[in-house]
Design a protein around this ligand. Structure first.
Ligand code: SF4
Length: 448
C-alpha cells in the first residue's frame, strides 16, 4: 500500500484541508502515515500569509528534497496558499519538488500525484470548489473543525488570502448540518465553524444566524464556536441567538488589525475605530461575560507613532482576553505591496512597537484571566494533559484553556474552582504548581 505523509502549516482552515486531503488519498488507496520515513508521497500544506511562513516551508522542502537521493521514487508536493501565491517561480526555487497544488484542486490529488511521478505538475486554478460532498471535517478527539465557507471577497490591502483562496463560496446549510451530525455520531462534542469571513456565510436564503441556530440544535453538540468573523459582517440577531443558546459559546475572535481609523481606512477594513468599539459594546450588552480575542498588525505602511498609540489605547479600552499580534509582512500581489512600499515602517520601529504591544496585551490578559480566580468555571474536558497524565485539559465557555486535576471522560462537562491563572491558562484547584501544563503554543489565526 502506498503511504502518504502530510505536514500542515498555518491556520485552522489548513488543518481542515489536510483532513480533506487525507480522505481523498485514503479513498484512492493510500494509507496516511505520521512517519515521514515510510512515505512515498510527502505533502506540505502551506500558508502564505507572512514571509516568515513561506521561508520555513522553503527550508523544510529543501531538507525533504535531500531524501530523493536515497528514495528516487518519492513524490514531494507543496499544497495550499504558498504554491498559489508564488506559482511557477517556486519550481525555480525548489527544483526537487514535483507537485504544486492550490486550495481548489484537492479533489484531483490522486491523478495529480500520478502525473507528478513523471514530470513537475501544477494545478493552481481557483474556481467554485466547496468540497461540500466530501465532508471536509477535521476531527481530533471530541473536537471538529467544520469549514462552512471558503475564500474571501473583502480584499483588505495587506492580505493575500483572496488571491490564494479565491472568492467567497458558502456550503449548503444542509451539508454543514449533516457533517456536524456525522461528527457528533463519532463522539464529537465541540465544533468550530470555519471561514475566512465566517459570519458572511450565505447560501440561497440561509444566513449565518440560520446556520448557527441549526448547528446548535444537533444532538450531542455541547459547544459551538466560529472563526474568524469580520466586524462589518455581523448582524445583531447573531448575538441575541448566542445569548439564548447555552451551547453557542460566549467567545468571539474579532480581528481589529489597528486602533487607528486612518490605518483602518488605508487597510480597507470597512469600519472605523469608533464603529469597532460600538460593536464591542453591543456584543457585551448581549454577552456580558464574552471572551474577546483579536488579531493586530503593527508597522502597516504609513503607521505613525500616533497611529500605534491609538492601537495601544484601543487594546486598553476593549480589554481583549488575548491577541495574535504580528509585524506587517509585505505580500506580493496585494494592494499594499504594489502601492505602499514607499511608506513601509523600518523593521526596528515595527519590532519595537510589537514588543510593547505584546507586553501591554500580556498585562491585560493576566488581569482578564485572574478575574476567574476563586470562581467556578464550566469546562468541557478535551484530553488528558500531555505534561501529566493525572491532569486533564479542557476549555471554558469563553475560550480559555483550563488545567484540571483527574481524568474525567473527554467530552464531559465539569464545573471546577479556579485556583490561579496565568495570562494564557486557568488552573483549577488540586493541580500542583509543578504539574501545571505549560501555556499552550498559540495557533495561527485564520485571518492574518
Ligand atoms: S484579512 Fe480577512 S477579510 Fe481581509 S482579505 Fe484577508 S481573509 Fe479577507
Amino acid at each position: 500500500m502506498r503511504r502518504a505523509y502530510i505536514e500542515t502549516y498555518g491556520c485552522q482552515m489548513n488543518v481542515a484541508d489536510s483532513a480533506l486531503m487525507t480522505h481523498v488519498l485514503e479513498d484512492a488507496g493510500f494509507k496516511v502515515t505520521e512517519d515521514v520515513n515510510e512515505a512515498s508521497l510527502i505533502l506540505l500544506n502551506t500558508c502564505a500569509i507572512r514571509e516568515r511562513a513561506e521561508e520555513r516551508v522553503t527550508a523544510r522542502l529543501q531538507q525533504l528534497g535531500q531524501l530523493k537521493r536515497i528514495r528516487p521514487d518519492l513524490v514531494l508536493g507543496v499544497t495550499g496558499c504558498m504554491p498559489k501565491h508564488l506559482g511557477k517561480e517556486l519550481l525555480d526555487r525548489l527544483p526537487k519538488v514535483d507537485l504544486f497544488i492550490g486550495p481548489d484542486s484537492y479533489r484531483h490529488l490522486p491523478s495529480l500525484v500520478e502525473e507528478a511521478a513523471l514530470r513537475p505538475t501544477f494545478s493552481l486554478t481557483l474556481g467554485d470548489e466547496d468540497y461540500s460532498d466530501l465532508d471536509p471535517v477535521s476531527i481530533e478527539g471530541i473536537h471538529a473543525f467544520v469549514p462552512i465557507m471558503r475564500g474571501c471577497d473583502r480584499f483588505c490591502t495587506f492580505c493575500v488570502v483572496p488571491l490564494t483562496r479565491g472568492r467567497e463560496k458558502s456550503l449548503p446549510l444542509a451539508d454543514v448540518v449533516r457533517q456536524v451530525r456525522g461528527a457528533a455520531e463519532h463522539g464529537v462534542r465541540a465544533v468550530t465553524l470555519l471561514g475566512q469571513t465566517v459570519n458572511s456565510y450565505h447560501h440561497d436564503e440561509d444566513r449565518f444566524r440560520d446556520l448557527l441556530s441549526e448547528v446548535s440544535e444537533v444532538e450531542g453538540i455541547l459547544r459551538v464556536r466560529f472563526t474568524s468573523p469580520h466586524p462589518v459582517e455581523f448582524e445583531e440577531d447573531v448575538f441575541a441567538l448566542m445569548a439564548e443558546r447555552p451551547n453557542l459559546c460566549a467567545h468571539i475572535h474579532l480581528p481589529v488589525q489597528s486602533g487607528s481609523t486612518r490605518i483602518l481606512e488605508s487597510m480597507k477594513r470597512g469600519h472605523s475605530r469608533e464603529e469597532f468599539l460600538a460593536l464591542v459594546d453591543r456584543i457585551r450588552t448581549h454577552l456580558p461575560d464574552v471572551g474577546l480575542t483579536t488579531d493586530i498588525i503593527v508597522g502597516y505602511p504609513g503607521e505613525t507613532d500616533a497611529d500605534f498609540e491609538a492601537t495601544l489605547s484601543l487594546v486598553r479600552e476593549v480589554q481583549f482576553d488575548s491577541a495574535f499580534m504580528f509585524r506587517y509582512s509585505p505580500r506580493s500581489g496585494t494592494y499594499a505591496y504594489r502601492k505602499l512600499r514607499d511608506e513601509e515602517v523600518p523593521d526596528a520601529v515595527s519590532a519595537e512597537r510589537l514588543e510593547s504591544l505584546i507586553a501591554e496585551q500580556e498585562r491585560i490578559s493576566l488581569q482578564r484571566y485572574r478575574r476567574w480566580e476563586g470562581r467556578h468555571v464550566e469546562v468541557l474536558v478535551e484530553t488528558v494533559s500531555r505534561r501529566n497524565p493525572l491532569n486533564s485539559v479542557g476549555k471554558s465557555d469563553d475560550g480559555k484553556t483550563v488545567i484540571l486535576p483527574g481524568t474525567p471522560e473527554p467530552g464531559t462537562m465539569v464545573s471546577v474552582p479556579i485556583a490561579r491563572a496565568t495570562s494564557h491558562t486557568l488552573i483549577a484547584e488540586g493541580v500542583q504548581e509543578r504539574e501545571a501544563a505549560p501555556d499552550p503554543a498559540p495557533v495561527e489565526s485564520i485571518e492574518v
